[in-house]
Write a protein that binds this ligand. Structure first.
Ligand code: PMP
Length: 436
């Protein structure tokens, strides 16, 4: 903390016009957040001119880092042609075709402005398609801030059900009716999840699952777990929705390509907008028909002043085109290097914990047990303290990671950047070791 820092001064100003000086809970930091001034490649500069290697990448959206020349070109070319119209544009057809060509489960696409909206519309589409009221989602999994999607995001151990999760409100003011229509299932516990889904089967519109849920620990789903969800949803006549807002960055065909499972609906966001606000719902033609306006009022009307915004669409197309199979192979290799380098440092410094993740994503855990779900990732007070020491030390070594230990790599990173990330994490772990 430096009282003379420009970020501190900006935060003091922000306190007057923004609640708590903040307009995005996820970027809040005590005693004050670092304000970004600019970014280039994998680096970000703050208002005081300090430079950081960016492993937050706007919570995974910036897979090409910052100010990528191809994305600047695509976005500015569209800006010069007009940034928004009350008419459709060719850009939405181009991006929809590209996404459908990569995801075998996706015949058609509907665009929105955020992942939150994409999840909301997917849940509503499932209800409209099935005529059923309830949804099932995993304990601790984040899917944006639609009332139903945020149920049981952060239950404390006191609120954990004994045998199965119970639905717990995340935000104050959540109506009881919302909780009654959400079945919370455990992540990676096949037997318990299947039995809950069967129990509520006839009322369930869908099961919403993120194959590698960040907030629930970033543990990859077990193959058997996802296969069981695929099977049991068919059995009870509910839709299976994959939330790939984050996991689409895991591979050319997203998480569904890695696990080789076709969901009925997929939600997308983040990387598909090339750094601009975006969300999308994709899926089977017969399900996506709920949006079809040709017969008159659709089963599920959906507008959005900025949905399928052409600047977003053009930048998104450029971003996706840069992500060929070779780009993913390189991201995978970098992710593997960072995960094993940091795991090795945990060992060397005798700090309990390690990394989880796949591809370009990883999370650093300070728990002395395998992380498989929300509960096993849940930090004790002492583990939380270690994580805070680590986060601060990493920041002081010039590397930005999310407060919960999430790191997202980007294509402009070089081998030297990867080594610098590992060295910074190792130095930060050494600091943690000194406090044990
Ligand atoms: N789903 C998942 C899996 C997410 O990680 C997020 C955001 N981090 C969302 C949905 C919501 O996306 P947005 O922030 O664009 O509303």
């Amino acid at each position: 903390p430096d009282p003379n820092s420009s970020s501190q001064k900006m935060y003091d100003r922000a306190l007057a016009s923004l609640p708590g000086g903040n307009t995005r809970t996820t970027v809040f930091m005590k005693p004050y957040p670092i304000y970004a001034a600019r970014g280039e490649g994998c680096r970000v500069w703050d208002l005081d001119g300090n430079v950081y290697i960016d492993c937050i990448n706007n919570f995974t959206s910036q897979i090409h880092g910052h100010a990528h020349p191809a994305l600047i070109k695509a976005a500015t070319a569209q800006l010069a042609l007009g940034s928004a119209f009350g008419l459709p544009t060719a850009s939405e057809v181009d991006l929809a075709e590209l996404l459908a060509s990569r995801l075998p489960s996706v015949d058609q696409v509907r665009f929105a402005n955020s992942g939150t909206e994409a999840v909301m519309m997917a849940l509503k589409a499932a209800r409209a398609h099935t005529g059923r009221p309830k949804i099932a989602k995993c304990e601790g999994a984040y899917h944006g801030s639609y009332d139903y999607a945020e149920v049981s995001l952060d239950p404390t151990p006191e609120a954990w059900g004994r045998n199965a999760p119970v639905s717990v409100a995340y935000a104050k003011g959540t109506p009881d009716n919302v909780l009654a229509d959400v079945v919370t299932i455990p992540f990676n516990d096949t037997e318990a999840a299947v039995s809950l889904i069967r129990e509520h089967g006839r009322e369930l519109a869908c099961v919403l699952v993120d194959p590698m849920p960040n907030r629930a620990g970033l543990a990859p789903a077990n193959q058997a777990y996802l296969e069981a969800l695929r099977k049991v949803t068919r059995e009870v006549g509910a839709l299976l929705i994959f939330d790939e807002v984050i996991t689409f960055r895991l591979g050319y065909r997203g998480a569904q390509g890695i696990w080789n499972i076709d969901p009925d609906l997929t939600t997308l966001g983040k990387i598909i907008g090339g750094g601009f606000p975006v969300g999308a719902i994709g899926g089977r033609r017969d399900v996506m028909a709920v949006f079809d306006p040709r017969p008159g009022k659709p089963a599920l009307p959906h507008g959005g002043t900025f949905s399928a915004n052409p600047v977003t669409m053009r930048a998104g197309i450029a971003a996706m085109e840069l992500l060929d199979e070779a780009a993913f192979a390189r991201l995978d290799a970098m992710g593997e290097a960072v995960r094993s380098g940091i795991n090795e440092a945990f060992h060397r410094h005798g700090v309990p914990g390690g990394t989880v993740g796949l591809g370009s994503l990883l999370k650093i855990h300070f728990v002395d047990r395998p992380v498989r779900d929300y509960r096993s990732a849940y930090l004790s007070e002492e583990e939380g303290r270690r994580q805070m020491v680590f986060s601060r030390a990493l920041l002081n070594r010039g590397v930005l990671a999310a407060g919960n230990g999430l790191m997202a790599l980007s294509t402009p990173m070089t081998d030297a950047d990867i080594n610098a990330i590992i060295d910074a994490a190792s130095g930060a772990l050494e600091e943690v070791a000194r406090t044990l």
